[in-house]
Every structure is written in C-alpha cells, then in structure tokens.
Design a protein around this ligand. Structure first.
Ligand SMILES: *Cc1c(COP(=O)(O)O)cnc(C)c1O
Length: 504
C-alpha cells in the first residue's frame, strides 16, 4: 500500500514514511492511494475476536509489507497498546441507554460507543496508545534509526495529554505540546502541566486552538527549521490527527462496534447502521468514513458540531467559511474553525484531484473560504448528515440523558445525542444508531453538574468529587488525585514564538 498527498499527486511514499513525516512537505496530508476492502465475511470473523485481534486485522490492510511491516510486529504493537491499558476489558464497550429511551420515539435503537476508558479519559487514547509504537518502527525504517524524533502537537485539550502519556519516556523521542492558554479546562490543563517523563514539554500558546495548530503547521512547512534540526540529528513529526498513524487506529473501533452489534444479535450481517460523531478537527468522523468506504455497512455518518457550526454549514451549503465568530463552549475539544482532516474528505470527494484540493486549501489560507461544486455537495449529502447544538441544548441533552435514560454524558457526547435526536425528528430515519462517546463526564465535571442543576463548585477539582456524589458513579482512577499533582510546566508564548521551542 503506497501513500500520496492531498495536495501533490507526485508524492509517493510508504506507510512508514507517511507516519514518520506526519505531514507532506508541501503542506498536504498523507493518505493511502487506495482504500482496502473489508468483506462481510471478514466482519463476521472479526466479531469472534477481541479488540486487539480486530485492530491487527484492520491495520494490516493499511500498514503492509511495502512499508516494512510484518504481521508479528503489528501484533506486538497492538497487544502492547490495548492490553491492560484500558479500564474496560472490551477497550471500547458498546452500552445501551436505560429503558426510558425506548419510550422516546426518536431515541430507540441507539447505542453508545464509549471511547473514554483509556489512561486520559478521552477517545484520543485509542490512537495515541498505539501511535508512538507505530512511529518508533516507522521512523527507524525511514530515517535509518539514528535520528531523534521531535513530536510537535497542538491540542484543543485532549490530544495533548493523550500524546504525552503515549510518548513519555519512549526512547529516541521528545514531545512538545502546545495548548491554547485560555482554551482548555482546568482538569485538562492540570493533566498536561503535571505530566511526568524526561522527554516532555508543555507550553501554553496565547491564543485559541487554531493559532496553536497553525503555529505547528507553519513550523512543519518551514524548510530552514527542518534543515537546522536535520543537522542536529533530529526529525520533526506530528501526533495530531493530520498524522495517518493516528487515523488508522480510529477506523478499528467503528468496525469493532459493528462486530459487537452482530455478536449481540442486534443486527444481521449486512444491515446498515448510522454513526453519530461529535466533531472538531474531522479526524474521528473521517475514520468512520474510511470504515464505510472499506465496506462496513453504514448508512449515514452524522457530523455533530457545537456552537462552532462551520461543518454543519459546510454540509448544508457546500461553502466552508471561517470568517465568523469563534465561541468557547462547554465542549472545548470541538471549538475549532479549521477542521484539518476535512481536507482528506475533499480530496476523496474530488476523485483524488490533488490540484483541485490544493486550490481550495489556498483559498482557505488566503481568503478564509472556499466553495465546492453543487454536484459534489449532493454526493457528500448522501453519505453525511450534519447538525449543531448550542450551549443551552447541550446542557438540556446532558440533563435528559441522565434523568430520562440513566446515562451520564459529557458535553461532547451530549452534542452528539442532541444532534441525533434532532436528525431523527427531522428525517424519521429509524436506522439503528451508534453515538460515539468521546470523553468521560468527569473530565468536564463542572459543566455536567451545572447541566444537571446541581451546585457546581468553582474549583473544577472539587467538582469531580461533587459529580461523583451527585451521580453515584465513580470518578475514573486517572482523574482522582489530579488536584494534588505538582505543576511542572508554567511557560506560555505568543504564536509567533512557537518555532523557538524546536531548539530544545
Ligand atoms: C478531540 C475531541 C473531539 C473531536 O474529535 P475530532 O477528531 O477532532 O473531530 C471530540 N470530543 C472530544 C472529547 C475530543 O477530545
């Protein structure tokens, strides 16, 4: 399996090179030249396997002998990433609402795919427990093994901690995480600035997530920085979802959820389901799209946005326009106006026309806007639905899920619940649906308490205890004791100065 770039058709690299580099030199994103097929027969066989077995099978289609991968190596990486690291033995358990949901005309046949049982309590762990292992192998093969890898990561809150956990003390790597200094929750921030490990650094960027992400992209696109680093025996790579090595592991849990539905006899083989994905950078839902294109029986992918509804507008009108107010919301990991991974969807929708895709990205960079042709929009609308959720609706969705259906939801997941209910009411589409739960409610305890009408202590750490008491649900182990963890990193910098940190 060879890989190319969304912006330059001449790019032709192996999977190892794509993962080691993270982003193509001209600024495009790597993706496989073809989409491998997954048959119903294979899906039935996967249903009999555990999560790691499913992951190994799916990943072997993207990480082939061409890139130097062996099946044994993949198996070792996958077992290492998913054995004993997740609090639930199923890794990504599929859970049902309480009986109240069946009485709601629009919320029956709904399941929740919980992706937050990893070490940092958000879905990013699924990819970031595996990526350092993949990157280690990939870099050893593509750089000859004598270079140190410097990982640069911009985070809207959850990626940073998951990447730090994944990469801490991994030999031959250093990692710098840039977070928007006022754009993450107190819990998210404490998780990052208290990070242990000798090869980690955490910096607050004075700005929002887009500033941090653009700063990292600029560093990657700067040939003189690359040359200086190269002379010092270093290469840059990325742990953001622009790295294919992060996307591939995310395809697995969509297939796995389908397998669990099959095993639980909720569906028959070949029956279509819908996936509802709370979306920011478009990484998670893009992985679902790949699963669908591989052959997973999926009817609609429902893209759920918070008040920053740039993607909802895009799927409704075909115009992507970032000239709009930026809102900070109770679902901060989705407060994004530049959804990087949409570029991969555009490239595929444009029938792999890199020139066309590069043109739209130039328009976005220069004028903040691009528009796709109407026929392309119509095709996208057959596969995607989209909806958004404002702050009041999000709080109402948290309250309703808890009081009516017995499910304690975090604000990101609640955005998905709201958008699904609205979608069902609007379309009457009865297809069995899986809502992706992207974070533990305890990660956003203050917002959840407020939504439930409980007094929310202003101190977010006290809120963890209060939520535990109010809901009678135990706080996940990694979040307990966070308050008492010493702060190691206090630095902040302006976006323009981010590049200086590459000298570290
Ligand atoms: C990152 C994140 C999202 C958004 O995922 P994308 O892949 O950026 O679309 C949603 N919810 C939570 C909790 C996250 O951490």
């Amino acid at each position: 399996m060879r890989y190319t770039s969304t912006r330059d058709a001449r790019v032709d690299v192996t999977s190892s090179q794509a993962i080691a580099k993270g982003i193509s030199p001209e600024g495009g994103l790597f993706l496989p030249k073809t989409i491998p097929a997954l048959s119903l027969w294979e899906i039935k066989a996967l249903a009999e396997m555990d999560y790691a077995g499913r992951a190994e099978h799916i990943l072997s289609k993207f990480l082939t002998a061409e890139g130097g991968w062996t099946r044994d190596e993949l198996q070792e990486h996958v077992r290492g990433a998913y054995t004993g690291t997740f609090a639930d033995p199923a890794v990504t358990p599929l859970v049902d609402f309480g009986p109240g949901a069946a009485q709601n005309a629009h919320m029956n046949d709904v399941h929740i795919l919980e992706l937050f049982h990893g070490p940092t309590c958000a879905f990013k762990d699924l990819a970031l427990q595996l990526l350092p292992r993949l990157l280690g192998s990939a870099a050893a093969r593509s750089t000859g093994g004598d270079k140190e890898i410097l990982i640069l990561t911009a985070t809207s809150g959850d990626t940073g901690k998951a990447a730090l956990e994944g990469f801490k003390d991994v030999p031959g790597t250093k990692i710098i995480v840039f977070y928007p200094s006022d754009g993450v929750s107190a819990v998210q921030k404490r998780q990052m600035v208290s990070q242990e490990g000798s090869n980690v650094r955490v910096v607050g960027v004075i700005g929002n997530f887009d500033d941090a992400q653009n700063g990292v992209k600029d560093i990657f696109a700067n040939p003189s920085i690359a040359a200086v680093l190269n002379a010092r025996g270093r290469v840059l790579s990325s742990a953001n979802s622009i790295n294919w090595g992060r996307l591939a592991p995310q395809i697995v849990y969509y297939v796995s959820a389908y397998c669990d539905l099959l095993r639980g006899e909720k569906i028959t083989a070949g029956e279509c389901v819908n996936f509802v994905v709370p979306t920011g950078n478009f990484g998670n839902i893009l992985a679902a799209f790949y699963a669908k294109r591989m052959g997973l029986p999926v009817k609609k992918l429902i893209c759920a946005s918070n008040k920053n509804r740039i993607l909802t507008d895009f799927f409704e009108t075909g115009v992507y326009d970032r000239s709009r107010p930026f809102y900070t919301t109770s679902s901060p990991s989705m407060d994004i106006l530049i959804s990087s991974n949409l570029e991969r969807l555009l490239y595929l929708a444009a029938r792999r026309d890199a020139e066309q895709c590069a043109g739209w990205m130039r328009q976005l960079a220069a004028g903040g806007r691009y528009a796709i042709p109407p026929e392309m929009l119509r095709t996208l609308q057959t596969e995607f639905a989209a909806g958004s959720c404002d702050e009041q609706q999000c709080a109402a969705a948290i309250a309703k899920a808890w009081t009516k259906w017995g499910y304690l939801s975090d604000p990101h997941t609640a955005v998905g619940l709201h958008v699904l209910e609205e979608y069902r009411a609007r379309t009457e589409d009865p297809t069995r649906s899986v809502v992706v739960a992207t974070a533990s409610p305890f990660k956003f305890a203050g917002s959840v308490l407020e939504a439930l009408g409980e007094p929310a202590p202003p101190d977010e750490f006290a809120a963890l205890d209060a939520l535990q008491a109010a809901a009678g649900v135990p706080c996940p182990i990694p979040l307990r004791g966070l308050r008492d963890k010493p702060v190691r990193f206090k630095e902040t910098c302006a976006p323009a100065r981010m590049a200086e940190y590459t000298r570290w």
